[in-house]
Structure formats: C-alpha cells, structure tokens
Design a protein around this ligand. Structure first.
Ligand code: B12
Ligand code: SF4
Ligand code: SF4
Length: 254
C-alpha cells in the first residue's frame, strides 16, 4: 500500500492501518478530531538503544524528544500526502491531544495509540503494557494519521510477544507499577515519571504558599526548582524509562 511504503521511506520502523470503526468500538478514539474519519494509519519510530541504555537521564530525555519529533513530522507528511489525493487527514502526535479535565486528569489520550498500533498489527502488548515492535521491542514512540480515506486494514498479530518466564520489566520497575499481564498502576508510574512534571510543580507551588519568606528563598534556590525549570524549557517531563530500556525484546534478533 502506497501510504505504508511512504511512511517507511520517511523513516518509520513500522506502519499499519486500522479502521476508525474498530477503535471507536474500543472507545479508543475521540472522533471530534475528524468526525468523518474512516481509517487510521499508525506509525512507530525507533529510539536509539544506546540512548535509552545511557546512565545519563538527559540523554534518554533528548532521544525521547527527537523520536516524538520524528513521529510528528512523519505523521504530518503522511497527512499532507493523503490530502493531496483529495482525502481529509490529520496528524496525531505522540502525547496530545490529551484530556486535562478533572474527569481524565491527563491520563487518557484522544487516540489510544497503543490500541491503534495493536489493531493495525505493528506490534503486540507486552507484560509491561507497552507495545513491542519487531526489532525494537518497546523502544518506539507511536504516532498516527486519522483520515477520511478508506484504506485497507493491515493484519493484527495474534501471538503474545513475551517469553513465558520473563519478568524483567516487572522486577525492574522502580515504583512497582507493573502488576503483571500488562496491568499498570498508573498513579505509581506517574509518581516516578512525573517527579518534576505537573505533580512536582503542584507540590512545589503548594509548599511555597505556606512557607515562611526564608523558606521560600531556600526553595527558589533548590535543586527541585532548577529541575522543574529544566523540565519546562526542555519539553521533556519523563524521569523513568526502565520498562523500555530493560526489555530484552528488540535487543537481539527478536
Ligand atoms: C497518559 C499516558 C501515560 C500515563 C498513563 C498510562 C496508561 N496506562 O494509560 C502514564 C504517565 C502512567 C504513562 C506512563 C508511560 N508512558 Co505513556 N502515554 C500516555 C498517553 C499520552 C495516553 C494513554 C492512554 O490514553 N491510555 C488510555 C487508557 C484506556 O489505557 P489503559 O487504561 O491503560 O488501557 C490499556 C490496557 O488496558 C492495555 N491493554 C488492553 N488490552 C490488552 C491486552 C493485553 C494482553 C495487554 C498486555 C494489555 C492490554 O492497553 C490499553 C492501552 O492501549 C499515551 C499516548 C496515547 N495517546 O496513546 C502515552 C504512551 C502510552 N506512553 C508511552 C510510554 C513510552 C510511557 C512510559 C515508558 C514513560 C516514558 N518514559 O515515556 C511509561 C510506561 C508505563 C507503562 N508501562 O505502561 C508510549 C508507549 C509506546 C509503546 N511502545 O507502547 C505512548 C504510546 C506514547 C507514544 N506516542 O509513544 N503514560
Ligand atoms: S516508566 Fe518506570 S515507573 Fe513507569 S511503569 Fe515503566 S519502569 Fe515503572
Ligand atoms: S521485559 Fe520481558 S516481560 Fe517485560 S515486556 Fe519485555 S519481554 Fe515482556
């Protein structure tokens, strides 16, 4: 299929297609984005293995920004190619649109990209809850294009990707958020991942409100405040990558 070839040519490591109807059935798609959408093209862009294995957190964060950016650019190119052929098409980036209302609190994306990736057959859920893609394991960032074009869906994979006895991600998760079989304690993961994201910011500002003037000065000169600033300006708020970097899948020939 032309769009799959183009996605790969632009640098995606896997590309697949599923229908808007399938995702809608799973409540994995908010159709407000493009109500007449019929298909969704899902792409995976590969992380650098060495970057995610690095002991330097900022190297992992930078690779994440770059991989998200690549997915964003490829999705945009694919959307423009579909529009050139007369279809409506919108690029869906890796982590927005996201619902920040009290009901969802930034935990639910407008398109559930993992579900979309699994339905499009570009990978399968692992015990970490992440989608494992051939050659990369969970070391990918997902993106998508929602389109009014009626594209032929690609085949869903049927086999479970994890070796029966592997527990590397479960044992390696620093916040014990991986509960087995793909279940994730999102709050526990969020405490680790968002230490200097919205959670960290809320805690810091809340602490300042009740602090004495001397304590406020101390807080403004603290490591926490510098780290919050760094997170805001760099645009990356992830502080844990263990379930991506430790997974043996995608490290050899699997
Ligand atoms: C909000 C969010 C979070 C939240 C909540 C996660 C969550 N479980 O929903 C928090 C902060 C905890 C989080 C953490 C992480 N995230 Co996050 N996150 C998102 C985001 C923006 C939305 C997720 C969403 O809408 N979930 C919807 C609800 C319905 O999901 P759910 O209730 O958990 O349901 C899941 C399970 O039921 C499971 N499931 C369903 N059927 C089955 C069947 C089997 C057999 C199994 C095993 C599982 C399974 O799949 C559902 C999701 O598809 C997505 C991007 C996007 N738009 O999809 C990225 C995304 C899921 N995150 C991603 C990553 C990489 C991470 C982190 C590693 C942090 C980091 N360093 O980047 C951790 C990993 C945590 C983990 N092991 O799952 C990647 C995953 C890539 C991949 N290879 O799968 C995504 C897709 C971003 C991207 N564009 O690449 N994330
Ligand atoms: S990102 Fe870190 S804290 Fe969250 S599930 Fe993965 S290993 Fe656990
Ligand atoms: S670390 Fe092991 S159990 Fe976890 S997702 Fe990877 S292969 Fe599956």
């Amino acid at each position: 299929m032309e769009i799959i070839r183009l996605g790969k040519k632009l640098g995606a490591v896997a590309v697949g297609v599923t229908t808007a109807e399938t995702l809608n059935k799973w409540k994995a798609l908010n159709l407000d984005i493009l109500p007449s959408a019929r298909s969704i093209v899902v792409i995976a862009c590969g992380h650098s293995r060495a970057a995610l294995d690095s002991r330097n957190l900022q190297i992992k964060q930078n690779d994440t920004i770059a991989t998200y950016e690549k997915a964003r650019n490829i999705s945009k190119e694919l959307a423009m190619a579909l529009e050139k052929e007369g279809h409506g098409a919108v690029a869906i980036p890796g982590f927005i649109p996201i619902d920040m209302t009290d009901a969802k609190q930034g935990m639910v994306g407008a398109v559930d990209l993992r579900k979309a990736a699994v339905e499009a057959g570009i990978g399968s859920y692992g015990k970490s809850g992440l989608v494992l893609v051939k050659g990369y394991g969970p070391r990918v960032r997902l993106g998508a294009v929602l389109t009014t074009a009626s594209l032929k869906p690609t085949k869903r994979k049927s086999q479970f990707p994890c070796p029966t006895d592997c527990q590397v991600c479960i044992l390696g998760c620093p916040s014990k958020a991986l509960l087995g079989g793909g279940d994730v304690d999102k709050r526990a993961c969020g405490r680790m991942v968002f230490q200097f994201g919205l959670r960290g910011m809320t805690k810091f500002v809340g602490g300042m409100l009740n602090a004495s003037p001397e304590r406020r000065t101390e807080m403004l000169n603290s490591h926490t405040f510098r780290e919050l600033w760094q997170t805001l300006v760099s645009g990356n708020y992830y502080y844990c990558f263990a379930c991506q970097s430790l997974c043996p899948m995608g490290k050899g020939n699997n």
